[in-house]
Design a binder for this molecule. Structure first.
Ligand code: DX5
Ligand code: ZN
Length: 232
């Protein structure tokens, strides 16, 4: 995984057909997805439950790009090794998930994965400075985590912009997640995000039998993001 700041689209399989994950993953990759975003929810840190390490392990053979695992769970530390062994390339943990996020990020790297740090919309950047040496990606949540299909929170664009300044030349991705569409993609790309997660906006109108809309949706988000960059 060589580092670059080109725009990457990471469809969230939270919006896929839950009876057909393998085929859905192969379909979005064939239709141009750069990464595959896997939303793990525990019914405690967030008010929704999705899947655990055995499911993530079952996804792995279907992913030929990057398996990007977003853990919305607390506590998170006891589960890092299991998600690493399940084949995650990137594991992202929430700053709000416990008192020892520094240790959590160390543990993710020690387990052989790239480390992501996620911030809820209500969390500021003050605590991020001392963590930058430990992260490969910072995820700015653009909705409150828990569900797909929510409305983009516009105040987060300025957070992305300030984070981009903090990061400077460090090889750290900025990811955004929640409410990303062709309308909101230019705003976050212009502010400095390079990895755009999108669930409902990618999967809408398509299916494994008719995957072409996935490709059209991915292209529309990417083109919109790139036009935002050109106006930067
Ligand atoms: C929200 C998840 C997102 C979600 C995005 O808690 O982290 O990845 O699936 O869904 P959309 O793109 O539909 O807002
Ligand atoms: Zn996510």
């Amino acid at each position: 995984m060589a580092f670059d700041r080109s725009i990457k689209i990471a469809p969230s399989i939270l919006s896929a057909d839950f009876a057909n994950f393998g085929q859905e993953i192969r379909a979005i990759e064939a239709q141009g997805a750069d990464w595959v975003h896997v939303d793990v929810m525990d019914g405690h840190f967030v008010p929704n439950i999705t899947f655990g390490p055995p499911a993530v392990k079952a996804f792995r053979p279907h992913v030929s790009t990057v398996m990007d695992v977003h853990l919305m769970i607390a506590p998170v530390d006891p589960y890092i090794d299991a998600f690493a062994e399940a084949g995650s390339d990137i594991i992202t943990a929430h700053l709000e998930a416990g008192p020892h996020i520094h240790r959590t990020l160390q543990a993710i790297r020690a387990a052989g994965c790239k480390a992501g740090l996620s911030l809820n919309p209500g969390t500021g950047l003050e605590d991020v400075a001392y963590l930058l040496d430990l992260v490969d990606m910072v995820l700015v949540m653009t909705v409150n985590p828990g569900f797909g299909g929510q409305k983009f929170i516009a105040s987060q664009v300025d957070k992305v912009r300030r984070l981009r300044q903090m990061i400077g030349d460090r090889p750290i991705h900025i990811q955004v997640d929640g409410g990303i569409t062709p309308e909101t993609a230019p705003l976050v790309a212009k502010a400095g995000a390079d990895v755009l997660v999108a669930g409902s906006a990618v999967f809408k109108g398509g299916s494994v039998e008719n995957p072409a809309p996935y490709g059209e949706n991915i292209r529309a988000i990417r083109d919109a993001a790139q036009s935002g960059l050109q106006s930067a």
